[in-house]
Ligand binder design. Structure first.
Ligand code: IP8
Length: 259
């Protein structure tokens, strides 16, 4: 499982600001890594988050005006996904987009139903499914936002993933938010217990992020780590890091394991 954070492929300080150069570089790295049985998930960055925040989509359906916000949030995510998948396909990666809002329903923000047969069938034939954080329907809230991180964890458990790689715009997990605290120290290895103790210190989010920044990300990954699926957090803005990690090489970053 490879998750690419929205801040890697978009400029989170802009609006609808895709970093096409980075998208192409990552697509080339994924092509070069030549991994079979890979699922890719990406975040929302400056596509999904600003619109979701504007219309308070995560809080659920409260007023008529939010409906266009739900459509817009989902739509801009399909646009970002299209840019990523476009690049992957032109780099000869057999990527196929799977739209989360069409196959997942949540209950109070947690995945409740997941029609996973198409993902399963794609993997069997050697395709690379590409999913993303999305605006989804919710049995209790009407609708909400499903983060790419909840999706990564759920898919990793469902498909018994060998490992999860999370590509972000930082070197790894730090003891304080490195964007705000220059003395913050990076962890090379964390056990689940150490991660739990650290939770309170992690950054909620410096730029617009309705799903809770690093804190939210780590909380979502815990169920997969509990199932003994190791998580590697790397800086995906560093050239060749994603390729090297996909190939099993150790690069600078944080590895989180159950023990
Ligand atoms: O960036 C959220 O996904 P994330 C996507 O993985 C939207 O948290 C639509 C805001």
């Amino acid at each position: 499982m490879l998750k690419i954070g929205g801040s890697v492929i978009t400029d989170k300080n802009g609006e609808l600001a895709a970093k096409t150069h980075e998208i192409n570089r990552l697509a080339e790295e994924i092509q070069n890594a030549n991994i079979k049985n890979l699922i890719i998930i990406h975040g929302g960055g400056s596509f999904g988050h600003p619109v979701a925040e504007k219309y308070k989509i995560k809080d659920g359906y409260k007023e008529e005006l939010q409906k266009i916000g739900f459509s817009e949030t989902h739509h801009v995510m399909t646009v970002l996904n299209g840019l990523f998948v476009d690049s992957l396909v032109w780099h000869n990666v057999p990527a196929v987009s799977i739209t989360p809002s069409s196959c997942i329903i949540t209950e109070n923000g947690r995945i409740k139903q997941f029609e996973d047969a198409p993902v399963k069938a794609l993997l069997k034939l050697g395709f690379t499914p590409v999913l993303y954080g999305d605006a989804v329907l919710d049995t209790k809230l009407g609708f909400t936002i499903l983060s790419g991180d909840q999706l990564v964890s759920a898919l990793a458990i469902k498909f018994n993933a060998r490992s999860i790689i999370i590509g972000i715009d930082e070197d790894g997990v730090f003891n304080a938010d490195p964007k705000l605290d220059k003395t913050a120290k990076m962890f090379e290895h964390l056990t689940l217990e150490e991660l739990r103790k650290l939770q309170g210190k992690l950054g909620k989010a410096t730029a617009c992020d309705v799903t809770g920044g690093m804190f939210g990300k780590m909380a979502e990954l815990i169920p997969a780590i509990e199932q003994k699926i190791p998580v590697t957090i790397v800086n995906a803005t560093e050239p060749r890091y994603v390729c090297r990690v996909l190939q099993g090489e150790k690069v600078k970053g944080t590895i989180i394991e159950k023990e």
